[in-house]
Design a protein around this ligand. Structure first.
Ligand code: AGP
Length: 618
């Protein structure tokens, strides 16, 4: 899940390509590299490390910045350790063809052996170098143009790819192609310039005209001539569909915050309002969501709802299980997409599958969708990225309007996913009579108050910083919750793990007695969610069991709580609300706690090690 970018046009390509890589760095940051073409020569610069490291190297040789054509890559290593040689771009044996690639060529070893028999040698351990030499070999054998050679070569490839290929002997074009990994093409006026990128963020300030390539499509981008898109499988010409880009520059900048994660935590009140705006009319007692309204019969007559997702989105799916079963009395199963896709699951056309994904590019979730569709299920997507693969693959859906989420640790996407899923559950509950009109009305009124309650919670910054300072050096901790807040405990643990590298586990509070309680001693912080209406007495007993073993308790309680305050070492109070909506509040202090602990441990909060924002390979 790397980031690729490119430019061909009349402007200086270097600033566009290098800034594009910085904007895509959330996709992978093991190494970075660019190729610039100055009208005569190609200049290749690549290094292990971040884009800033690459910039430093290039600054020493300004010549390497010259030219109006460039392609670039920021890497999340799959084949070959992060080092200079394995960094992209990769060059073909003749030195003429250059490629950047996001994805995995699964049959690269077989192809490599065949190419070695034909006299090819390889400098790196990557699958990508194999692909560019395969393209070179096909071009030679078929004596064809680059576009054709790329198409033919790709018909021999098994795996996932988004690629950009440049031929220095034919410098007025770039070939891009995709299967499984995303590519967006920015189109300048009168075909005077073109921008290529894994998502549209690298060119928001240059053009609002964007083409999202579909799977198995290849585009030949010719300067001054335009773009022709073909199906890789049968070379059939495809109509190019230019869409309007709805992203703005300030959305993808830090806006004065130290980190994207902190900015995105603080954006949650607005993100939730943007997500229910025009969908929830609380005073009229109406919920309208086109994707659900147009398919209401399918939802109301469904045997069950199967939710597929990964990571934080899977946790949002778990919250949705409680929401749909409690508010709409519809049976729900929540599946890890990576297990679901290979488990040969029993699915019928009477099932609704809801796929949840912030990026809309997660390979396992995409594959789970394709499987469910192939077995006749109706697939509904909940995505945050407009035009993403999952948004285009699903039968219908609803966007979370969280705005671009750049911090690798997902925050506002989680709360806006829960918001969308709450609206769907409420709507279905009303439609199928599980919810009375008055209960429905009161839930809408309550939901409308959530953003201001989050605003209030965000003012607890200082208090949360103090608690973080106490527990930052703990190497292990537990998160406990019951009911709607069990998934929030899992999410809290994931947030801490992924940005501070502290080992943390989330559990249903009652499950603690069946093993994890053995871990507890005076060094173990336990974060417990003990909201007033969520099996409160039971959770209080769990807290006393922990206290009896000298565990350190940090409790998330409802404002005005007095009992837990007497037992816990630290309490964080959240405003009162319906239990079904408490996950939207209880998760906020856990996000801030993990943020400040990671900060105090000197970790790279926005780009944690070994992770990437969109997992486009399985
Ligand atoms: C969460 O903070 C992580 N970035 C990760 O678990 C993420 O939720 C998972 O990869 C799913 O991503 P998606 O929502 O884009 O599909």
């Amino acid at each position: 899940m790397c980031g690729i970018t490119g430019y061909i046009g009349y402007r200086k390509a270097y600033p566009i390509v290098i800034n594009g890589l910085k904007r895509l760095e959330y996709r992978g940051y093991d190494s970075a590299g660019i190729m610039m073409y100055d009208g005569k020569n190609i200049h290749l610069s690549k290094t292990k490390g971040k884009v800033v490291d690459l910039e430093k190297i290039i600054e020493k040789t300004p010549l390497k910045k010259e030219g109006n054509i460039g392609i670039g890559h920021t890497r999340w290593a799959t084949h070959g350790v992060p080092n200079d040689v394995n960094s992209h771009p990769h060059v073909s044996q003749s030195g003429n063809l250059i490629i950047v690639h996001n994805g995995i060529i699964e049959n690269y070893d077989t192809l490599k052996k065949e190419l070695i028999k034909r006299g090819y040698t390889f400098k790196s351990d990557t699958d990508t170098e194999v692909l560019i030499n395969l393209i070179e070999e096909v071009k030679k054998q078929e004596n064809c143009k680059l576009g054709k050679a790329v198409q033919l070569a790709l018909t021999n490839v098994i795996g996932a790819y988004a690629i950009a290929v440049f031929d220095k002997t034919k410098p007025n074009e770039i070939i891009v192609a995709r299967l499984g990994s995303p590519i967006a093409i920015g189109v300048g006026k009168e075909n005077s310039e073109f921008f290529i990128a894994s998502d549209a963020s690298p060119f928001v300030e240059y053009t609002k005209n964007v083409i999202y390539l579909d799977d198995e499509e290849l585009a030949i981008i010719k300067l001054g001539k335009g773009i022709s898109v073909r199906k890789i499988t049968d070379d059939r010409l495809v109509d190019t569909n230019i869409e309007e880009l709805k992203m703005s520059l300030d959305q993808i900048e830090k806006g004065g915050y130290d980190h994207f994660m902190l900015k995105e935590i603080h954006e949650q009140p607005k993100a939730i309002i943007d997500t229910y705006r025009g969908r929830m009319l609380a005073d009229e007692g109406i919920i309208k969501m086109a994707g659900v309204d147009d398919n209401i019969e399918k939802f109301l007559n469904a045997n069950r709802i199967i939710i597929v997702a990964c990571g934080t989105s899977w946790h949002a799916g778990l919250v949705a299980e409680y929401l749909f079963e409690d508010l709409a009395r519809i049976p729900v199963e929540v599946e890890y997409a990576s297990e679901f896709r290979y488990r040969n699951p029993i699915i019928s056309e009477k099932d609704i599958v809801i796929a949840i994904s912030q990026s809309g590019e997660t390979a396992d979730t995409l594959a789970a969708i394709k499987l469910a569709k192939s077995r006749g299920a109706f697939v509904f997507g909940v995505c945050n990225v407009v035009g993403s693969s999952i948004a285009r693959e699903t039968d219908a859906g609803a966007y979370t309007h969280a705005g671009p989420e750049i911090g690798v640790a997902s925050t506002k996407a989680f709360t806006t996913q829960i918001t969308v899923l709450s609206l769907i559950a409420l709507k279905l509950g009303k439609e199928n009579g599980s919810l009375s009109k008055s209960a429905f009305h009161s839930y809408l009124q309550t939901m409308q108050l959530i953003p201001s309650k989050i605003e209030k919670l965000l003012q607890l910054d200082t208090k949360i910083k103090e608690i973080a300072a106490v527990y930052k050096d703990s190497r292990n901790c537990l998160y406990l919750g019951r009911g709607f807040n069990f998934p929030v405990a899992l999410e809290g643990a994931l947030k801490l793990k992924e940005i501070s590298y502290v080992h943390a586990e989330g559990y249903p509070a009652a499950e603690m007695k069946h093993g994890p309680i053995a871990l507890i001693d005076h060094n173990m912080p336990i974060y417990v969610i003990a909201t007033k209406k969520g099996h409160y007495e039971k959770v209080v007993s769990n807290i006393q069991e922990i206290k009896a073993r000298s565990g350190k308790i940090i409790a998330i309680v409802t404002e005005g709580d007095t009992l837990v305050k007497q037992i816990a070492d630290h309490v964080i109070e959240i405003p009162e609300t319906e239990e079904a909506f408490t996950p939207l509040l209880t998760t906020i202090p856990l996000q801030l706690l993990s943020y400040y602990i990671a900060l105090m441990l000197g970790k790279n909060v926005d780009q944690p090690r070994n992770l990437a924002k969109a997992v486009t390979v399985e």
